[in-house]
Design a protein around this ligand. Structure first.
Ligand code: HPA
Length: 243
């Protein structure tokens, strides 16, 4: 039984925290998924790099449904995802970690449900607590144990990408109550919730968002901040798995 899946976002591409790693693949109704399986702390863990092994899949092309379908099929009950985010909130600074608890969906061209009518029916999912409170608590406890400071809550604005946002968009998101901006958490969290998998994301602030940042944004800047903090994210994931 594979208990936990890690979905690695930008900058988190390898499951080096796992032992006895093997590569597996699964055919889903939405396409094939390749993932790794290994052990940590006596538990079997799966790992999927969201953007592919070499960051070759942009946010709007990720096969979210295939990934979540595969994770469900192999019996996973908990997903710990990571995501790089820009910040709209002066209290959430580059280098900070945030356990997001709400989203604002500004995606445009994504299929966001397993339920498309027909045989599978019409389902209107409640997303009051799309991010699993128990798992968020576990990760928060893990952060406290390790002395890592982490924001307990945050509103994630999901944009379509792959471009960054305009300063006017960021101003609008800020007025609407957004704290962070990224390109991948919707529909991932929604599909996990439909699949009744407990899902939580560790967001890592890599930059201030457009118009707040003094510089034009680059993907290089995102990667650089991520690389500087990736070991901390790995430690946090490992401790969360241990608890
Ligand atoms: N915008 C959208 N996605 C991001 C950003 C950003 O500023 N930083 C990291 N991912």
């Amino acid at each position: 039984m594979i208990e936990i899946a890690i979905i690695g976002g930008t900058g988190v591409y390898d499951p080096k925290i796992l032992n006895n790693v093997s590569e597996e693949s699964l055919i889903t109704p939405y396409g094939d998924v390749t993932y790794k399986v290994g052990n940590y702390a006596g538990k079997k863990i799966a790992f999927i790099p969201r953007h592919g092994k070499h960051h070759s899949i942009p946010p709007h092309k990720i096969n979210y449904r295939a990934n979540i379908w595969a994770i469900k099929k192999i019996g996973v009950r908990k997903i710990i995802a990571t995501t790089a985010v820009g910040s709209l909130n002066p209290l959430m600074k580059p280098g900070d970690f945030v356990l997001i608890d709400q989203f604002l969906d500004f995606t445009k061209n994504r299929i966001s449900s397993f339920y498309e009518g027909g045989d599978r029916g019409v389902v209107h999912l409640d997303v009051t607590e799309a991010y699993c409170p128990d798992l968020r608590k576990t990760i928060h406890t893990a952060a406290d144990t390790l002395g890592i400071s982490i924001h307990k809550q945050g509103v994630y604005v999901c944009t379509e990408g792959p471009r960054f946002e305009s300063p006017a968009e960021i101003k609008m998101f800020s007025i609407l109550g957004g704290d962070l901006v990224g390109m991948t958490n919707v529909p991932e969290v929604v599909l996990a919730h439909e699949a009744e998998i407990c899902y939580s994301t560790i967001s890592m602030v890599t930059n201030y968002a457009a118009g707040i940042s003094k510089n034009n944004l680059t993907h290089g800047e995102v990667l650089e901040t991520m690389a500087a903090n990736v070991d901390t994210i790995k430690n946090l994931i490992m401790k969360s798995i241990e608890l």
